[in-house]
Structures are given as C-alpha cells and as structure tokens.
Write a protein that binds this ligand. Structure first.
Ligand SMILES: C[S@@+](CC[C@H](N)C(=O)[O-])C[C@H]1O[C@@H](n2cnc3c(N)ncnc32)[C@H](O)[C@@H]1O
Length: 168
C-alpha cells in the first residue's frame, strides 16, 4: 500500500552534516533549534505550552538507502535494522523526544535536537510520561554496550544538502 503524506513544517537545527550530529536527544543537551510549523496549523498548538517535552515525527530526508543489518552507532557488530534507531530505513521516519522551551506563533523552540537542519516535519505530539514510559523496560543489545558514542558519523546520511529520498 502506498501512503501519501504532506509535511507540516520544517526543523531548523545547528547541524548541516550527519557527522557531529548528536545520535539521540538524550545525548543532545544544549542542542537548541526551532520547529517551524506551517502557519495554517498554528491553532493546533493551543494547550501544548504546558508540556515539558514533545515528540517530533520527522522524515529523515537525507538518509542513505537502508540495509537490513546495520552496525549502530552504539555498537560494533551488525544488528537487525528494526532493533536499532538507524535513520536509514524503508520509511526513514525519525522519532525525537525534545524539550519544549517555548512557543511563539508558529515557531517552537526546542532543546535536544538530533536532526539535520531542514528536516521535514510530519507530526508533533505531547510526551506523556504516564503513557510513554513503560515500567519494565529491557534494552536488548544496548544493555551490553558500555561506551556510548554521542555524535554520528556519515554512515547513514548523504553529504551536503542533497536529498536521498524524494519528499515530493
Ligand atoms: C540515530 S538517528 C535517531 C533519530 C531519532 N531520534 C529516532 O530515533 O528516530 C539520529 C541521526 O540521524 C541523522 N539524521 C538526522 N537528521 C537526518 C535527516 N534529515 N536525514 C538523514 N539523517 C539524519 C544524524 O546523523 C543523527 O545523528
């Protein structure tokens, strides 16, 4: 089944290249940027300011074509793609939980960005600790990883501002 969806905005971040970009929001303290929502959706931001964190669903438009086995940033051995958060996926959708610092009109200022500048935005949702944080979490291969890298290299993303996935 083919699904068409339209972007609702764009992420402005300090990161132009994958190399050096934080690998997850939890490793991106101080990475501040903005989320510019298309003006026609601004009324949908009502009541969001009371939330400390929001979920950004994005289209990782510069991701390289996917492989089903990848060596994740936090490991040295190949893992099944769906057991990782690698950006190169059949549908390169990003899920980033970021701190909401403020809202001015259609622009949200956020901290904890692990996204490249210009990343297309698909959706914004509030983070609900009660619903989104299960109590009995196991983390598979990640539990054995001791040294956590905090920034990415270029293994999953194309260089420059070239798009590898058409967003048309
Ligand atoms: C490991 S992914 C995690 C993204 C998201 N937090 C997730 O779990 O879905 C984060 C990395 O994706 C890469 N990245 C960020 N924005 C991208 C984009 N628009 N296109 C391709 N790669 C991107 C950067 O290298 C960044 O370090």
């Amino acid at each position: 089944m083919k699904i068409e969806c339209e972007t609702i905005g764009v992420v402005h971040s300090p990161f132009q290249q994958a190399e050096g970009t934080p690998i997850q929001p939890a490793r991106a303290a101080g990475s501040v940027g903005t989320v510019e929502l298309d003006a026609r959706y601004v009324d949908g931001l009502a009541d969001l300011a009371g939330f400390s964190h929001i979920i950004l669903l994005t289209y990782l438009h510069r991701a390289k074509p996917f492989s089903l086995k990848v060596v994740p940033y936090l490991d040295t051995v190949p893992r099944g793609l769906f057991a990782t958060r690698a950006p190169s996926r059949p549908n390169p959708i990003g899920l980033s939980i970021v701190r909401l610092l403020g809202i001015a009109g259609n622009v949200l200022t956020v901290e904890g960005l692990d996204l490249l500048d210009g990343t297309p935005l698909l959706d914004i949702k509030p983070y609900f600790g009660e619903f989104d944080q299960p109590g009995d979490v196991r983390c598979g291969w990640l539990e054995a990883v001791r040294e956590h890298e905090v920034v990415a290299d270029n293994r999953f993303a194309v260089a420059g501002s070239e798009e590898s996935h058409s967003s048309k």
